[in-house]
Design a protein around this ligand. Structure first.
Ligand code: ATP
Ligand code: MG
Length: 419
């Protein structure tokens, strides 16, 4: 992408109406656009980040046999009444709307009911199970407070998966597979060392715990107690002597931390399948309940978490796997030689499959360097009269203190281009 053609401009000013660092940085750097509190549009660079996160999530869900679908946002009221989740007193953050004839509709905030309703047409015998389906799409929740940028949206992107199993043993196998896949996702996103599986409230209809995935952060809304040696934590909500004993955790091994919930996996037992009257027939012809699990990942929240987690005083710092491009190419000056060499490098890199943001704008070097830092692209390469004369390129990793002057071959090598 050539920045001279990019319609978005960076801003030197911190947006006055944002207190969250992720929103401030992402708006200043031109990754997102604020429509209203808790509602953000993704601009081209932001969309690339979102797509990279989605792709990692998708690959890990596919690897454990998840089948991708896309459910609808508009929801019929009756299926939610069957599980007693339509009433605003039961679920307090619904957005609802009406057809012209007055029929009420819900605007999807989660999809247990619609998923069970949709798949009920395809399940009859034990041979039809088990399986897992997932989707990655926007959810809508009328959140009371939406001051944390992408961390708490009223419209936000979630991956939600649902597993359906014939018995408890089969369910637990799927459930543990998902937990492993979640660890793989956070690791690939660069958050592996700071994200912990955390025992949490299982909800009103189960004696079990649910498992949250919590990323340590001083701005986190959640308080967890972390057993670093075991690599697990327990949420303050369920932190009781009785539960510690149940989980084999010792008070003296636990450290209190603030954290952000980046995922949540839930044993649903047979609550939704029974309520929506979906059963299967076993080998002996007996009608049996279906055991369900649900598994969420906050895709857009993760973009905000990653933005805050890695940022420094100069701006964003994207891990390689989620960065919107690998190289920020700075052209300094407009002599024929400089233009020729910068253009040639751009061609060379892009034709080798490397995403490059080419800063070919007519701006002062200082402004270009400031933008390179603000945007947080992993590598910055400078082509100037000086580098052309020395027959070198200036390369600096976003997180390095010093730039180095290196040859064309070394540039290729650093970026993993095989000759
Ligand atoms: P929270 O406790 O933060 O309100 P939740 O428990 O209601 O979240 P789930 O329904 O389990 O969330 O949703 C799955 C995941 O979606 C969460 O783990 C979180 O990462 C993300 N998420 C939930 N609500 C929001 C929101 N308003 N904005 C952005 N991401 C969200
Ligand atoms: Mg939760």
């Amino acid at each position: 992408m050539k920045l001279s053609q990019y319609f978005v401009k960076t801003s030197k000013n911190v947006p006055a109406d944002e207190t969250a660092r992720n929103a401030q940085l992402l708006i200043q750097a031109g990754f997102i656009h604020k429509e209203m509190a808790g509602v953000y549009a993704y601009l081209p660079l932001g969309l690339r980040v979102i797509d990279n996160i989605k792709q990692i999530v998708r690959e890990e869900m596919n690897a454990i046999g998840g089948q991708e679908v896309q459910m609808t946002t508009l929801q019929p009221k009756d299926i939610w009444e069957k599980t007693d989740r339509w009433d605003d007193k039961k679920v307090d953050n619904w957005f609802k709307t009406k057809l012209t004839n007055g029929t009420e509709l819900g605007v999807g905030l989660t999809h247990e009911e619609p998923i069970v309703d949709a798949i009920s047409s395809y399940i009859s015998s034990y041979k039809d199970l088990p399986f897992s389906v997932y989707q990655i799409q926007s959810k809508f929740r009328n959140e009371l407070r939406a001051k944390s940028g992408l961390l708490r949206g009223r419209e936000f992107i979630m991956k939600d998966m649902y597993s359906l199993a014939r018995n408890q043993e089969e369910h637990e196998k799927l459930y543990e597979q998902v937990a492993e896949a979640y660890h793989a996702v956070y690791k690939r996103l660069g958050l592996g060392d700071s994200t912990y599986r955390t025992y949490a409230d299982g909800g009103i209809f189960t004696e079990r715990f649910s498992d949250e995935f919590q990323t340590l952060s001083d701005i986190g809304e959640d308080t967890i107690y972390l057993d670093e040696a075991k690599g697990v934590a327990i949420n303050k909500e369920v932190y009781t002597d009785e539960n510690l004993a149940k989980l084999g955790l010792n008070k003296q091994d636990l450290v209190e931390k603030k954290a952000i919930e980046v995922g949540n996996i839930f044993p649903l037992e047979t609550k939704y399948t029974d309520a929506l009257d979906v059963y299967y027939t076993d080998e002996d012809g007996q009608k049996q309940s279906i055991i369900m699990g649900c598994y969420g990942i906050g895709v857009s929240r993760l973009m905000g978490v990653i933005a805050e987690h890695f940022a420094d005083d100069k701006g964003l710092v994207w891990p390689d796997n989620v960065a919107p491009a690998k190289v920020y190419l700075v052209r300094i000056g407009a002599s024929d030689e400089v233009v020729k060499q910068a253009d040639a490098l751009y061609e060379h890199l892009t034709s080798n499959g490397i995403d490059v943001l080419y800063d070919d704008r007519d701006m002062r070097p200082g402004e270009k360097f400031a933008d390179a830092d603000l945007l947080g692209i992993p590598y910055r390469i400078v082509v100037s009269d000086k580098t052309v004369a020395a027959d070198t390129y200036e390369l600096k990793a976003r997180t390095a203190d010093q730039a180095e002057q290196i040859s064309f071959a070394e540039v290729s090598k650093t970026l993993g281009i095989v000759a």
